[in-house]
Design a protein around this ligand. Structure first.
Ligand code: DQA
Length: 138
């Protein structure tokens, strides 16, 4: 089984950025743990701060991978273009957030992407990614 994780803008700064919200771990360290835990899965990782590059990655993996775990960061709340890309591909996409966006500012309460995703997982810290993978395995 092949799973693509895509992280959007500012998520390259995990472990540095707003630690009280996003925690102390950088994504690469967490990814190592995930790959160790799911040895039988191919887990590919991509991060970009650029909307079009996220769309390109969705197109590239969205017809051959078994699942995509997408944390689109702030684009979640704004991007019709990413929503259209999710609708255009065949691979199921799980929307993920590290923080509980519903406990935060109101502009984070709406997602442009959620309606085109298989489901949404938010608020479990980095564990949100693992929970998304678990949901794809079922
Ligand atoms: C986030 C939540 C978004 O509102 C925010 O813009 C992010 C990270 C999260 O993982 O909690 O960049 O997607």
């Amino acid at each position: 089984m092949k799973i693509q994780i895509i992280n959007g803008p500012n998520l390259n700064l995990l472990g540095v950025r707003e630690k009280s919200i996003y925690g102390n771990s950088d994504f690469e360290a967490y990814l190592k743990e995930l790959r160790k835990r799911y040895k039988n899965l191919t887990i590919d990782y991509y991060q970009s701060n650029v909307e079009g590059e996220i769309i390109n990655k969705l197109h590239e993996t969205g017809f051959t991978y078994d699942g995509i775990v997408l944390n689109a960061g702030a684009y979640t709340h704004t991007s019709i273009a990413i929503a259209d890309a999710i609708a255009a591909i065949n691979t199921p996409v799980i929307e993920v957030h590290i923080s509980n966006v519903y406990k935060r500012e109101e502009f984070r309460h709406s997602s442009m992407l959620a309606a085109n995703c298989k489901g949404v997982i938010a608020g479990f810290g980095m564990d949100s990614y693992r929970l998304a993978i678990e949901s794809l395995l079922k």
